[in-house]
Design a binder for this molecule. Structure first.
Ligand code: HEM
Length: 469
């Protein structure tokens, strides 16, 4: 392939640069037949070589300046510049009491030292080497990893005011995350987060104003799940797919006031996409895109790397649109979407408010992604642990029989009279350790932690807080 046909390339100012001949992957002139050159490397053709039109010789002569010594000097200058930039980014490491960590490579930092397929295990190894608080550098982004209950508690409880922010994750920009639509999970620690957090928590807690309370949605779904289990008629089966369907239905009831039949194609598609979204979120590529966000400007790249996220968002939009068409503001809210739409109406004309149509999409996405896989996997852990510990299972069943009996549905109020069952649920959650790296936090000012000085940088994932005591 040759790009040498047209010697006039429009430059960035709209002008014309007639002085370059760019040749890509064409046969090399003899003096460049160096096996060290890649076949596809871009190079400048040497003036006066056979095959170069006469009129180009003069214009390309100037480019001769960029070969030989000049090219060498330019490469050295670029390398020195990059090293200086790298040095600037790592100077924090030399500050007094900065947490220790593996030596970062220029430009890449510690990206190659982390196993992105199993980050908790990678961090565990580093914890053995460097202690409970250690530092990493992801490309040029500094990260502090906290391990163990003491360090995590000190950071997130004692210093909560300065550790509750979130780093901006550019990989979600393509979904519509922006200054006025930050959702809840990744929202900066400020008024928008407070408003949405309060709204989500109170809507979940107080639902009952409308047709059904969240508690009723949960108990009705639990009945459907028990029936589906019973229909297996004693045959062995994996409960995972039914658990996911049931949990997805509870979240869908909360958001859209509707549940799907377990064999509904739309539900199956949602579950598949949620699963794929998790895979898209983890690994080397998303991490690199997050720390070098300029790469996300490559046309089509975000849509290609995050296909499932895009497709899931399209489903959220479709369901929201269907829902909006049946919304009647005069009626009590049926669900979280109705309550949100009412807030959007109230907030019209208030540019400070986080209640707007874009943010509704992100809040809905947050609740599905935060609640679905976590809760269904936790339920699967609970079933497995009950099978492995039949004595515990017997005591839980005994308490259920005594407090609830076999006739009526369970209620939230029953929890207070079921201390053993509650302890088992908490132990399952601790043991399952479902989100071992949690969600990254950001420090908004320098803090002292376990004797180290954590600058206003990024407080990265916290790990192994549930299994060391
Ligand atoms: C067993 C199930 C669950 C587990 C293990 C779990 C775990 C977590 C973790 C580790 C965080 C990050 C906390 C932090 O460091 O800031 C989080 C945040 C969050 N979770 Fe869950 N979660 C579960 C269920 C749910 C459910 C059912 C929902 C809602 C439908 C939900 C909604 C959220 C939201 C909105 C946030 C962000 C809170 C904030 O930043 O203020 N989660 N969850």
């Amino acid at each position: 392939m040759s790009a040498s046909g047209d010697t006039s390339h429009p430059d960035h100012n709209g002008g014309s640069r007639k002085d370059e001949t760019l040749i890509v992957d064409s046969p090399m002139p003899p003096h460049m037949e160096d096996p060290g050159w890649c076949a596809w490397q871009v190079y400048l053709e040497w003036p006066g070589e056979p095959g170069v039109p006469e009129e180009l010789v003069d214009s390309t002569a100037a480019m001769g300046l960029l070969t030989g010594d000049a090219l060498w000097a330019l490469s050295v200058a670029v390398a020195v510049f990059l090293l200086l930039v790298d040095l600037m980014h790592r100077r924090q490491r030399w500050a007094a009491r900065y947490p220790p960590g593996p030596l970062p490579l220029p430009g890449l930092g510690n990206l190659l030292q982390i196993d992105f397929q199993n980050m908790p295990s990678s961090f565990q190894k580093m914890r053995f080497r460097f202690g409970d608080v250690f530092s990493l550098q992801l490309a040029w982004r500094p990260v502090i990893v906290l391990n163990g209950l003491a360090a995590v508690r000190e950071a997130l409880v004692n210093h909560s005011e300065y550790t509750s922010d979130r780093p901006w994750m550019s990989i979600y920009d393509h979904l519509g995350l922006g200054p006025r639509s930050q959702g809840v999970i990744l929202a900066s620690y400020g008024p928008a987060w407070r408003e949405q957090r309060r709204f989500s928590v109170s809507t979940m807690r107080n639902f009952g104003l409308g047709k059904k309370s969240l508690e009723r949605w949960v108990t009705e779904e639990a009945s459907c799940l028990c029936t589906a289990f019973a229909n297996k008629a004693g045959c062995p089966f994996s409960p995972m797919s039914l658990l996911k369907r049931a949990v997805c239905n509870v979240i869908s009831s909360l958001i859209y006031a509707r549940r799907f039949k377990y064999d509904d194609q739309r539900l199956a598609k949602m579950l598949d996409l949620l699963e794929d979204m998790l895979k898209e979120d983890s690994g080397f590529v998303p991490m690199v895109l997050n720390v070098v966000p300029v790469l996300l400007r490559i046309p089509g790249l975000p849509g290609w790397v995050f296909r499932a996220q895009k497709a899931f968002m399209a489903m959220v939009d479709e369901l929201l649109e269907e829902h909006r068409m049946t919304w009647d503001p005069a009626q009590p809210p049926r669900d979280l979407t109705d309550a949100f739409l009412a807030e959007v109406e109230k907030a019209k004309g208030n540019p400070e408010s986080s209640f707007n149509d874009e943010n509704l999409r992100i809040v809905v996405l947050d609740l599905f992604t935060a609640g679905m896989v976590t809760t269904s996997t936790m339920l699967a852990w609970a079933l497995l642990l009950m099978i492995l510990h039949p004595d515990v299972q017997r005591r839980v069943q005994q308490e259920i029989d005594e407090v609830i009996g076999q006739v009526r549905q369970p209620e939230m109020g029953d929890q207070a009279r079921m201390p053993f069952t509650m302890a088992v649920i908490h132990e399952v959650q601790r043991f399952g350790d479902l989100v071992p790296l949690a969600v990254p936090h950001l420090t908004t000012r320098d803090i002292e932690l376990q004797g180290f000085l954590i600058p206003k940088v990024g407080l990265g994932p916290s790990s192994q807080a549930l299994s060391d005591q």
